[in-house]
Design a protein around this ligand. Structure first.
Ligand code: SF4
Length: 206
């Protein structure tokens, strides 16, 4: 009950940030996959000049990384005013980051490290390339703890001195809208989070 009381309303905090915008700032939006990004882009492009950053060294196997990347491109063919930036696949970046946390449950400490890795790289890229904000699509999924994602984004924002856009994209039927857009665009929807440890069969052979 106590943790419920302490939860922040990140959707409201995002709305406040949007209300204070001047013009249409540039945001680098980290994207985990095409389906999740669809609803976030649809919402943010009214207020921001959006570029999508597909940086996901957590994804396993390599073919899955490229399958999700191709799907991301389909989404951006639909939202033609949105650019795509991506970094080459290197699973070792993820494996060294979560070393020792392989057996953590999904949603635990391994995932926080995974969020940190991806958001830190997004913020660095955004800072080096003149973006006004960075953000992420990760909060659209009910499997992701938006409190953890936003707290990590806030911490990185302080470290690198670049604004982070808060979010809770599940709100306003965000997840439902991602399903509608996925059907409309005929997107592949994966049935596991992404890393080798989130693949159930990976555990079964241990
Ligand atoms: S389960 Fe998902 S969020 Fe957690 S470490 Fe694996 S890919 Fe990252």
């Amino acid at each position: 009950m106590k943790s419920e009381i302490c939860k922040k309303n990140y959707d409201l905090l995002m709305q406040r940030q949007i209300n204070e915008l001047k013009g249409k700032p540039k945001i680098l939006l980290h994207s985990c996959c095409g389906p999740c990004s669809s609803t976030c882009i649809e919402r943010l492009r009214q207020y921001f000049d959006v570029s999508v950053f597909y940086y996901n060294p957590n994804i396993y196997p390599k073919q899955e990384f490229f399958k999700r990347l191709e799907n991301q491109k389909v989404v951006l063919e639909y939202f033609k005013d949105v650019n795509l930036k991506y970094l080459e696949y290197n699973e070792n970046e993820f494996l060294s980051c979560v070393n020792g946390l392989e057996l953590e449950r999904e949603g635990g400490e391994r995932c926080k490290k995974c969020f940190y890795l991806r958001l830190k790289k997004t913020a660095e890229y955004a800072k080096q390339n003149g973006y006004d904000f960075f953000g992420t699509t990760l909060t659209v999924s009910s499997h992701k703890d938006e409190q953890a994602v936003n707290a990590i984004g806030e911490e990185i924002s302080r470290q690198l001195n670049i604004p982070f856009l808060y979010s809770d994209f599940k709100k306003h039927d965000g997840y439902k809208r991602s399903i509608e857009l996925s059907k409309q665009l005929n997107l592949y929807r994966q049935n596991y989070c992404g890393c080798r440890f989130s693949l159930r069969r990976d555990f079964e052979v241990r």
